[in-house]
Ligand binder design. Sequence first.
Ligand code: ARG
Length: 229
Amino acid sequence: NSISSNSGWKTLKVATDPTFVPFEMKDANGNLEGFDIDLMNAIAQVAGLQVQWESLPFDGMISTLQAKRVDAAINGITITPERQKTISFSRPYFKAGLAIAVRANNQDIQDVNSLKGRKIGVQIGSTGADFAKTIPNAQIITFNSGPDFFQDLQNGNVDAAISDAFATLYAIKTGQLKGIKVVSNLLTEEFYGIATPHNSPYLETINKGIGTLLANGTYEQIYQKWMGT
Ligand code: ARG
Protein backbone atom coordinates (compact mmCIF):
# COMPACT_ATOMS: atom_id res chain seq x y z
CA ASN A 1 0.00 0.00 0.00
CA SER A 2 2.76 2.44 0.92
CA ILE A 3 4.76 1.42 -2.15
CA SER A 4 2.93 3.57 -4.64
CA SER A 5 3.33 6.84 -6.44
CA ASN A 6 1.29 8.39 -3.64
CA SER A 7 3.77 7.51 -0.96
CA GLY A 8 4.67 11.14 -0.42
CA TRP A 9 1.06 11.94 0.49
CA LYS A 10 0.03 12.78 4.00
CA THR A 11 -1.55 9.91 5.91
CA LEU A 12 -5.06 10.04 7.27
CA LYS A 13 -5.73 7.52 10.04
CA VAL A 14 -9.29 6.28 9.66
CA ALA A 15 -11.09 3.90 12.03
CA THR A 16 -13.84 1.46 11.11
CA ASP A 17 -15.50 -1.66 12.49
CA PRO A 18 -15.75 -4.00 9.51
CA THR A 19 -18.87 -5.89 10.61
CA PHE A 20 -21.54 -3.75 8.95
CA VAL A 21 -22.56 -4.89 5.46
CA PRO A 22 -22.41 -3.44 2.86
CA PHE A 23 -20.69 -0.42 4.37
CA GLU A 24 -17.61 -2.08 5.84
CA MET A 25 -16.69 -5.74 5.84
CA LYS A 26 -13.81 -8.03 5.04
CA ASP A 27 -13.49 -10.01 1.82
CA ALA A 28 -12.35 -13.64 1.69
CA ASN A 29 -8.71 -12.53 1.96
CA GLY A 30 -9.33 -10.34 4.98
CA ASN A 31 -9.17 -7.08 3.04
CA LEU A 32 -11.50 -4.23 3.93
CA GLU A 33 -14.26 -3.53 1.44
CA GLY A 34 -17.61 -1.82 1.24
CA PHE A 35 -19.39 1.42 0.44
CA ASP A 36 -17.77 3.42 3.25
CA ILE A 37 -14.33 2.04 2.40
CA ASP A 38 -14.62 3.07 -1.27
CA LEU A 39 -16.09 6.44 -0.34
CA MET A 40 -13.33 7.26 2.15
CA ASN A 41 -10.58 6.10 -0.21
CA ALA A 42 -12.08 8.24 -2.99
CA ILE A 43 -12.29 11.30 -0.71
CA ALA A 44 -8.65 10.82 0.23
CA GLN A 45 -7.72 10.40 -3.41
CA VAL A 46 -9.19 13.75 -4.45
CA ALA A 47 -7.66 15.42 -1.39
CA GLY A 48 -4.20 13.98 -1.96
CA LEU A 49 -4.24 12.00 1.26
CA GLN A 50 -3.38 8.38 1.92
CA VAL A 51 -5.71 6.39 4.18
CA GLN A 52 -4.31 4.22 6.92
CA TRP A 53 -7.18 2.00 8.07
CA GLU A 54 -7.61 0.87 11.66
CA SER A 55 -10.15 -1.73 12.78
CA LEU A 56 -11.84 -0.76 16.03
CA PRO A 57 -15.01 -1.93 17.76
CA PHE A 58 -17.95 0.38 16.99
CA ASP A 59 -18.52 0.99 20.66
CA GLY A 60 -15.07 2.54 21.14
CA MET A 61 -15.18 4.76 18.07
CA ILE A 62 -16.34 7.98 19.67
CA SER A 63 -13.92 7.90 22.61
CA THR A 64 -11.07 7.08 20.22
CA LEU A 65 -11.95 10.13 18.14
CA GLN A 66 -12.24 12.30 21.23
CA ALA A 67 -8.78 11.18 22.32
CA LYS A 68 -7.56 12.06 18.79
CA ARG A 69 -6.00 8.63 18.37
CA VAL A 70 -7.41 8.58 14.83
CA ASP A 71 -8.15 11.43 12.39
CA ALA A 72 -11.56 10.18 11.33
CA ALA A 73 -14.03 7.30 11.52
CA ILE A 74 -16.42 6.03 8.86
CA ASN A 75 -18.76 3.32 10.04
CA GLY A 76 -22.35 4.03 9.13
CA ILE A 77 -22.29 6.45 12.05
CA THR A 78 -25.53 8.36 12.48
CA ILE A 79 -25.21 12.08 13.01
CA THR A 80 -26.93 12.87 16.34
CA PRO A 81 -26.99 16.03 18.49
CA GLU A 82 -25.79 13.95 21.45
CA ARG A 83 -22.70 12.75 19.57
CA GLN A 84 -22.06 16.24 18.21
CA LYS A 85 -21.34 17.35 21.77
CA THR A 86 -18.12 15.33 21.74
CA ILE A 87 -17.17 14.84 18.07
CA SER A 88 -17.77 16.52 14.72
CA PHE A 89 -19.43 15.16 11.60
CA SER A 90 -19.02 15.76 7.90
CA ARG A 91 -21.99 16.66 5.74
CA PRO A 92 -24.41 13.70 5.54
CA TYR A 93 -23.42 11.10 2.94
CA PHE A 94 -26.16 8.47 3.31
CA LYS A 95 -29.82 8.46 4.36
CA ALA A 96 -30.63 5.62 6.75
CA GLY A 97 -33.10 4.61 9.45
CA LEU A 98 -33.86 1.98 12.05
CA ALA A 99 -36.16 -0.99 11.63
CA ILE A 100 -37.37 -3.96 13.64
CA ALA A 101 -36.12 -7.42 12.66
CA VAL A 102 -37.77 -10.64 13.86
CA ARG A 103 -37.65 -14.33 12.97
CA ALA A 104 -39.32 -14.96 9.63
CA ASN A 105 -42.11 -17.05 11.21
CA ASN A 106 -43.00 -14.45 13.84
CA GLN A 107 -46.57 -13.19 13.52
CA ASP A 108 -47.04 -11.18 16.74
CA ILE A 109 -44.46 -8.44 16.34
CA GLN A 110 -45.70 -6.05 13.67
CA ASP A 111 -44.71 -2.62 14.96
CA VAL A 112 -43.22 -0.67 17.87
CA ASN A 113 -46.29 -1.15 20.06
CA SER A 114 -45.97 -4.90 19.93
CA LEU A 115 -42.41 -4.63 21.28
CA LYS A 116 -43.57 -3.67 24.76
CA GLY A 117 -42.15 -6.03 27.36
CA ARG A 118 -40.15 -8.01 24.79
CA LYS A 119 -36.52 -9.06 24.73
CA ILE A 120 -34.79 -6.80 22.24
CA GLY A 121 -31.26 -7.21 20.90
CA VAL A 122 -29.24 -4.12 20.00
CA GLN A 123 -25.66 -3.13 19.32
CA ILE A 124 -23.94 -1.36 22.22
CA GLY A 125 -23.68 2.38 21.70
CA SER A 126 -25.87 2.43 18.59
CA THR A 127 -28.89 4.54 17.77
CA GLY A 128 -30.83 1.26 17.84
CA ALA A 129 -29.85 0.87 21.50
CA ASP A 130 -31.06 4.41 22.24
CA PHE A 131 -34.35 3.74 20.52
CA ALA A 132 -34.90 0.47 22.41
CA LYS A 133 -34.66 2.38 25.71
CA THR A 134 -37.85 4.24 24.82
CA ILE A 135 -39.96 1.05 24.62
CA PRO A 136 -41.97 0.41 27.80
CA ASN A 137 -40.84 -2.63 29.83
CA ALA A 138 -38.56 -3.87 27.12
CA GLN A 139 -35.72 -6.10 28.20
CA ILE A 140 -32.73 -4.81 26.28
CA ILE A 141 -29.88 -7.15 25.54
CA THR A 142 -26.75 -5.48 24.19
CA PHE A 143 -24.24 -7.05 21.82
CA ASN A 144 -20.84 -5.99 20.55
CA SER A 145 -21.71 -6.35 16.90
CA GLY A 146 -24.59 -6.83 14.51
CA PRO A 147 -23.72 -10.42 13.62
CA ASP A 148 -23.90 -11.31 17.34
CA PHE A 149 -27.41 -10.07 17.97
CA PHE A 150 -28.72 -11.59 14.78
CA GLN A 151 -27.41 -14.94 15.91
CA ASP A 152 -29.32 -14.59 19.18
CA LEU A 153 -32.40 -13.55 17.24
CA GLN A 154 -32.12 -16.68 15.11
CA ASN A 155 -31.64 -18.81 18.23
CA GLY A 156 -34.68 -17.34 19.92
CA ASN A 157 -32.67 -15.70 22.72
CA VAL A 158 -34.17 -12.36 21.79
CA ASP A 159 -37.61 -11.63 20.28
CA ALA A 160 -36.53 -8.80 18.03
CA ALA A 161 -33.58 -6.65 17.02
CA ILE A 162 -33.56 -2.93 16.34
CA SER A 163 -30.89 -1.91 13.87
CA ASP A 164 -30.16 0.00 10.70
CA ALA A 165 -32.73 -1.13 8.14
CA PHE A 166 -30.59 -0.93 5.05
CA ALA A 167 -27.77 -3.06 6.50
CA THR A 168 -30.23 -5.69 7.74
CA LEU A 169 -32.12 -5.85 4.45
CA TYR A 170 -28.84 -6.17 2.59
CA ALA A 171 -27.74 -9.11 4.76
CA ILE A 172 -31.11 -10.81 4.16
CA LYS A 173 -31.02 -10.15 0.41
CA THR A 174 -27.52 -11.58 0.04
CA GLY A 175 -28.34 -14.67 2.09
CA GLN A 176 -25.86 -13.82 4.84
CA LEU A 177 -28.76 -13.58 7.24
CA LYS A 178 -31.25 -16.44 7.15
CA GLY A 179 -34.64 -16.91 8.79
CA ILE A 180 -34.99 -13.21 9.58
CA LYS A 181 -37.38 -10.57 8.23
CA VAL A 182 -37.76 -6.84 8.67
CA VAL A 183 -41.18 -5.63 9.85
CA SER A 184 -42.92 -2.26 9.85
CA ASN A 185 -41.85 0.99 8.31
CA LEU A 186 -38.68 2.76 9.29
CA LEU A 187 -38.72 3.83 12.94
CA THR A 188 -36.43 6.79 12.38
CA GLU A 189 -34.83 8.88 9.66
CA GLU A 190 -31.08 9.09 10.16
CA PHE A 191 -28.10 10.34 8.21
CA TYR A 192 -24.61 8.92 8.25
CA GLY A 193 -21.63 11.23 8.52
CA ILE A 194 -17.89 10.80 8.64
CA ALA A 195 -16.79 11.57 12.19
CA THR A 196 -13.71 13.51 13.27
CA PRO A 197 -12.45 14.99 16.52
CA HIS A 198 -13.70 18.52 17.21
CA ASN A 199 -11.72 21.22 15.38
CA SER A 200 -10.24 18.70 12.99
CA PRO A 201 -8.05 20.21 10.25
CA TYR A 202 -9.47 17.51 7.96
CA LEU A 203 -13.18 18.17 8.26
CA GLU A 204 -13.29 20.81 5.54
CA THR A 205 -11.17 18.61 3.26
CA ILE A 206 -13.56 15.71 3.80
CA ASN A 207 -16.61 17.87 3.11
CA LYS A 208 -15.06 19.24 -0.06
CA GLY A 209 -14.18 15.69 -1.11
CA ILE A 210 -17.78 14.51 -0.66
CA GLY A 211 -18.92 17.49 -2.73
CA THR A 212 -16.49 16.66 -5.51
CA LEU A 213 -17.54 12.99 -5.60
CA LEU A 214 -21.23 13.95 -5.70
CA ALA A 215 -20.58 16.35 -8.56
CA ASN A 216 -18.30 14.18 -10.69
CA GLY A 217 -20.36 10.98 -10.56
CA THR A 218 -17.97 8.97 -8.39
CA TYR A 219 -20.44 8.89 -5.49
CA GLU A 220 -23.12 7.50 -7.79
CA GLN A 221 -20.70 4.90 -9.12
CA ILE A 222 -19.81 3.73 -5.61
CA TYR A 223 -23.49 3.75 -4.66
CA GLN A 224 -24.40 1.57 -7.64
CA LYS A 225 -21.56 -0.83 -6.92
CA TRP A 226 -22.78 -1.59 -3.39
CA MET A 227 -26.48 -0.67 -3.34
CA GLY A 228 -27.54 -1.24 -6.92
CA THR A 229 -29.52 -4.35 -7.78
N1 ARG B 1 -26.13 3.93 12.48
C1 ARG B 1 -26.09 3.34 13.77
C2 ARG B 1 -25.41 4.25 14.75
O1 ARG B 1 -24.77 5.17 14.37
C3 ARG B 1 -25.45 1.99 13.80
C4 ARG B 1 -24.12 1.90 13.15
C5 ARG B 1 -23.51 0.56 13.30
N2 ARG B 1 -22.24 0.53 12.64
C6 ARG B 1 -21.39 -0.51 12.69
N3 ARG B 1 -20.26 -0.39 12.08
N4 ARG B 1 -21.67 -1.59 13.33
O2 ARG B 1 -25.48 4.05 15.90
